[in-house]
Write a protein that binds this ligand. Structure first.
Ligand SMILES: C[S@@+](CC[C@H](N)C(=O)[O-])C[C@H]1O[C@@H](n2cnc3c(N)ncnc32)[C@H](O)[C@@H]1O
Length: 220
């Protein structure tokens, strides 16, 4: 099974055992608070990849860190299909995909259930800052699922989103753990940032764009 059309991918995603899908936007999911015990069956810490698209970070981090669990979250089934299929084909046990709106994350994860969050190349929403995944509205949601001290990693080609994120961090008095303004120039040996490249990142690199990174905690 190579490339599939959209309908074929949606049919696959509906039956893939490593994809969990929303049933009702308003409902709390049965897995809330139980991902490690009931879904992964290992009690290991959970990292989320938000706006995961094809899930490169989820799959590659899962391979690299077998003692941790990874959940890629995106609303688009045909994109999730790529990562979910790779994980199934390669029998990667510690990665799942959640097809849901990130806006409803608290319906899926309980307080302190998540240890770390990656947000690679999320939409900059140039005219709608409130929809940005680093807006105060979303940070409030992350605060309700992320453990105290948990790190949020943001990687982006968008100067607008990068500078906006830095402003939000500053305004909310949050702690920056690492800031790299030009990843490939300033930190060429940073393994996690340079060896894992997402679909969107590859497109941006081909266009010669600069990649920015900031990691921060939701406390000061
Ligand atoms: C620009 S793409 C980046 C995908 C991937 N991270 C990459 O770098 O290739 C942004 C992704 O975010 C997803 N997305 C945007 N807002 C979302 C939301 N509120 N809830 C769930 N997914 C969302 C879209 O479906 C899309 O796949």
């Amino acid at each position: 099974m190579g490339k599939k059309n959209k309908t074929g991918r949606i049919e696959d995603v509906n039956r893939f055992p490593n994809v969990i899908q929303y049933v009702d936007f308003e409902d709390e999911h049965d897995l809330k608070g139980k991902w490690s015990s009931d879904e992964f069956g290992n009690g290991n810490p959970i990292t989320l990849e938000l706006a995961c698209g094809k899930g490169e970070y989820s799959v590659d981090l899962a391979k690299k860190y077998p003692d941790r669990n990874f959940v890629g979250v995106d609303i688009k089934g045909p994109r999730i299909w790529v990562g979910a299929k790779e994980a199934l084909d390669n029998s990667i046990p510690n990665v799942r995909f959640l097809r849901a709106f990130i806006d409803h994350l608290e319906n899926y994860f309980s307080k302190d259930e998540v240890e770390e969050i990656w947000i690679p190349f999320s939409d900059p929403y140039l005219k709608k800052p409130k929809k940005r995944l680093t807006s105060p509205k979303f940070l409030k949601i992350y605060r309700n699922v992320l453990k105290p001290g948990g790190i949020i990693h943001v990687k982006t080609d968008s100067k607008v989103l990068f500078e906006y994120t830095l402003r939000v961090i500053n305004k909310e008095n949050l702690k920056i753990v690492s800031r790299i303004d030009n990843v490939y120039q300033d930190a060429p040996d940073h393994e996690l940032l340079t060896t894992i490249q997402t679909y969107y990142e590859k497109m941006h690199l081909e266009e010669g764009k600069t990649i920015h990174y900031v990691a921060f905690k939701l406390s000061s």
